[in-house]
Design a protein around this ligand. Structure first.
Ligand code: C2E
Ligand code: SIN
Ligand code: SIN
Ligand code: FE
Ligand code: FE
Length: 830
């Protein structure tokens, strides 16, 4: 029952009764007497009526009170019935409300009604609420509920969700109005919406997740797509895919996986797609084709899932073009490198620190005859020649001393066929180099070179001799030029013969054409004067035979040969055994005979023979000169050509020794002459230039092999040795007066325009022009040729270098003329 329900209509009833009654009373008092007076009645009649009037008032007011009371009761009854109906309604409603409760409260915030299954769950009891105010019944919730309740009482409807004791409640408050529209109470309904809230939260989270996934997919920097597992059609693609492949999203969705491959990859892809699928798979690298036709390499991560109810695959593609290409480049370079190593003419072995061979190139089989398998078992020192072993080990030991250590050695090594081969080896310590991890030995067979060197060595000895001989010839030349007497010249020739040849006596005879006899001119080394007294007829004996045949003759032992000579007595007296003779010719005519004797058997070398001939030539010139002063000019020319032939032979010997510079002297001489001519030199100067150029490196004859033929950079001491060669040339040649004018080139060809050259450090025009001209040609030829210490440069590179060096190393004017000359030559060559 709703108790103490304060009804607004009920409260106004007493006032209504009071006002009606007072209104009626006053109206009665004012109006009733006026009505009576107005009727014009007599006072007696009025007095009579006065009593009646009182009775009528009582009756009338009684009737009024009755009516009012009856209405009040009816209204109250109607209200009560209405209330009962609404209470029942609320309670029924509340009971039907699962997990909820309904509250009705009045303007004092006093609960009029509290009902519902939710009360117990919220820890409340109906009895504790009904009749109590909000703050009495639920003080803890009052601060939250009060504003809501008041809003309802003020006519508003409010809804809120409130967390209370671990659950979510939806609270709805609204006004309750009476028939007149006045708010007489507030209604609050609360029910548990926890499940709904949770469901909503789950929904929200799911949406969030989906959004995250979409973003992940869409914003992923890697191209991604989803394709249909049956049709292989693209179902989704992300932005990166669109950007990378160049197709728009719409174009993509109209294509299948096959459309982004080069045709030759399609088969491989189809095979892959036909395979049973793991849930997650990686594959690749695949080649994909972009819209613009370019191709890239990608690695694929795929993930089987369902898309719009269909089996699909989610794919992430990673562009690995750079890696794939760099790997391919690496493989190509490795192949190239391998081909290089395997085809190199020099062999390369990799040794461990004990000298065991751990790797070997095919060239070593070619050089040493052992198969690869045999080599790999070998120790490098096992087959080194015993005489070279200590030195080889020492070099190897030094190489081992520090990482990067280098060393070179020349040693004999036993070929499989048992022969000894000379090997030139360069070892470098790459033990710490992770990709090598050993000592790399580069070696080549230099047996032939070694043999050639030995030959050159022998030649060198002879060369020294020939230089001396040259001097001799020059002295005679000088004597002739000085117009000394024939006797003096003959004495000189004979002295030089004895000095430079292994002979003990020599004689010069003059041919007397008129008498057809040979006349003694002079002799040296004889004990007596037996020969001087005898003239010998043409054709008679050894001497006459030489004069007739015009051929040199050598008889190692005249007694063994059964000498038949008019002078045989004298020979016996003198104790002569070995004999050599050369006809003395001038202009093709017989002038006389030069004879040499030895008191032991005689064996001339080729050089001796040549020298004897040269002396005979000199003698011829001298004799002709003496005889025919008018013929001097021609004789002189012959003399020079004899010199020049000798010089050429010498130059060839220099080149032979410095074997890498074969023909270097001849080539530089020709180029230098041409350049010098272009620079305006006359015939006499050119003659000296020619000799100087031919002999420019004559000083290198004195440089030891180890330095001259060294395959690598020179040490400081070696360099000092090398730098001596212009000075040595100077010392040598300056003693030969006819070569002195040709000295400029040998002496100054390593001077530099900027003064930094050697040996004198001359600068600019202090350097003789011939040497400045020659220096350009020499360096040009040196750089374009292989040297033991480096490979030849190209012509382009060399010319560029010369140009760079103009003004520092070289006279710029000479470089300019030289470049012009080379240009012209190249034009001519086409
Ligand atoms: P060469 O080999 O006949 O060289 C003559 C000149 O050409 C050298 O004079 C130098 O000016 C120039 N030339 C030759 N090769 C090169 C090069 O690779 N680079 C440059 N920039 N210039 C080069 P240089 O330098 O006074 O040498 C005189 C001689 O010393 C050379 O005659 C050669 O026999 C010898 N020599 C020079 N450097 C080395 C070396 O590193 N090792 C060995 N074993 N000998 C050397
Ligand atoms: C693709 O290359 O596009 C996907 C292939 C795969 O799923 O393995
Ligand atoms: C070799 O046979 O590999 C050369 C020997 C060496 O120099 O150690
Ligand atoms: Fe030189
Ligand atoms: Fe040279």
């Amino acid at each position: 029952m709703l108790r103490g329900l304060p009804m607004l209509s009920e409260r106004s009833w007493p006032l209504r009764v009071f006002l009606t009654y007072v209104g009626l009373g006053i109206a009665w008092i004012v109006l009733s007497d006026r009505v009576l007076l107005g009727l014009g009645l007599s006072p007696q009649q009025i007095t009579q009526l006065q009593g009646l009037k009182g009775t009528a008032f009582v009756l009338l007011s009684g009737l009024l009170v009755f009516e009012l009371t009856r209405r009040f009761q009816a209204a109250q009854e109607r209200g009560r019935r209405e209330l009962v109906r609404s209470e029942q309604m609320y309670r029924t409603l509340a009971r039907d409300l699962p997990k909820g409760a309904v509250f009705l409260f009045d303007h004092d915030l006093r609960f009029l009604l509290a009902e519902g299954q939710g009360l117990a769950e919220a820890g409340l009891r109906r009895e504790d609420l009904e009749g109590r105010t909000l703050s009495e019944a639920v003080p803890a919730s009052a601060p939250y509920l009060e504003p809501l309740y008041r809003a309802a009482l003020a006519g508003e409807t409010r809804t809120d969700v409130r967390e209370y004791r671990g659950a979510h409640y939806k609270v709805v408050v609204q006004p309750v109005r009476d028939a007149g529209g006045k708010v007489w109470a507030g209604l609050a309904v609360g029910y548990d919406v926890s499940e709904m809230v949770e469901a909503q939260q789950a929904l929200r989270q799911r949406a969030e997740l989906e959004g995250n996934f979409r973003r992940l997919f869409e914003e992923n920097p890697l191209p991604m797509w989803v394709y249909d597992r049956e049709s292989h059609r693209f179902l989704e693609v992300n932005r990166a895919a669109v950007q990378t492949y160049g197709y728009s999203r719409e174009e993509f969705l109209g294509m299948t996986l096959l459309d982004i491959r080069p045709p030759e990859e399609v088969g491989r892809l189809q095979a892959n797609l036909a395979q049973p699928r793991q849930e997650h798979e990686s594959s690749g690298p695949w080649r994909h084709r972009l819209k613009d036709g370019r191709e890239i390499w990608v690695e694929i991560a795929s993930h089987v899932h369902t898309y719009a109810g269909r089996p699909a695959v989610l794919v992430t593609a990673k562009d690995v073009t750079r890696q794939v290409e760099s790997q391919r480049a690496l493989q190509a370079s490795e192949r190239r490198f391998r081909a290089l190593v395997e085809n190199a003419p020099d062999a390369i072995s990799l040794l461990d620190p004990q000298g065991n061979i751990v790797f070997d190139t095919p060239a070593s089989t070619r050089i040493l005859g052992y198969s690869q398998e045999e080599r790999l078992g070998q120790n490098a020192f096992e087959l080194v020649h015993p005489e070279d072993l200590a030195a080889t080990r020492e070099v190897f030991g030094r190489v081992l001393e520090r990482p990067g250590g280098l060393g070179s050695a020349l040693m004999r090594f036993r070929h499989k066929d048992g022969s000894w081969r000379w090997l030139e080896a360069i070892a470098s310590n790459l033990l710490l180099e992770p990709s090598v991890g050993g000592v790399v030995v580069n070696f080549r067979d230099v047996t032939e070179r070694k043999q050639a060197e030995e030959a050159v060595l022998a030649l060198n000895a002879r060369l020294e001799q020939r230089v001396g001989e040259l001097e001799a010839l020059q002295k005679i030349d000088q004597a002739i030029l000085n117009r000394e007497g024939m006797a003096d010249i003959a004495a000189l020739i004979l002295r030089e013969t004895l000095e430079h040849l292994e002979v003990e006596a020599a004689a010069l005879y003059r041919f007397d054409a008129a008498a057809e006899e040979l006349e003694y001119v002079g002799g040296q080394g004889f004990r007596g004067s037996g020969l001087a007294r005898k003239r010998v007829r043409l054709g008679q004996g050894l001497l006459g035979g030489v004069a007739r045949r015009l051929e040199p003759l050598e008889v190692p032992d005249i007694w063994a040969a059964g000498a038949d000579s008019p002078r045989v007595e004298t020979f016996r007296e003198e104790g002569l055994v070995g004999y050599a003779a050369v006809p003395v010719l001038a202009g093709g005519r017989l002038q006389g005979v030069l004879e040499a004797f030895r008191r032991a058997p005689l064996h001339l070398g080729a050089g001796d023979r040549a020298f004897l001939k040269a002396l005979a030539n000199q003698a011829g010139v001298a004799l002709a000169h003496a005889e025919l002063l008018a013929g001097l000019e021609r004789a002189n020319a012959e003399l020079h050509s004899a010199y020049d032939h000798t010089i050429e032979a010498l130059a060839a010997a220099i080149d032979l020794r410095d074997h890498e510079t074969e023909n270097h002297s001849r080539r530089v001489t020709e180029l230098t002459l041409e350049l010098a001519r272009r620079m305006g030199m006359g015939p006499e100067e050119l003659r000296q230039v020619r000799r100087g150029a031919l002999l420019h490196d004559v000083g290198k004859l004195a440089v030891p092999d180890a330095v001259l033929l060294k395959p690598g950079k020179l040490t400081e001491e070696e360099w000092a040795e090398m730098k001596k060669h212009p000075v040595l040339a100077y010392e040598w040649l300056s003693q030969i007066p006819f070569l002195a004018p040709a000295l400029e080139i040998p002496y100054a060809h390593h001077e530099r325009w900027d003064g930094t050259g050697y040996p004198r450090g001359l600068g600019g025009e202090e350097i003789p022009l011939a040497a400045r001209v020659f220096a350009v040609v020499d360096v040009y030829d040196a750089l374009t040729s292989d040297r033991p210490y480096r490979a030849a440069w190209s012509q382009e590179k060399t010319l560029r270098y010369l140009q760079e060096q103009a003004g520092t190393h070289f006279d710029p004017a000479v470089v300019e003329a030289f470049l012009g000359m080379i240009d012209r030559e190249r034009e001519r060559a086409g």
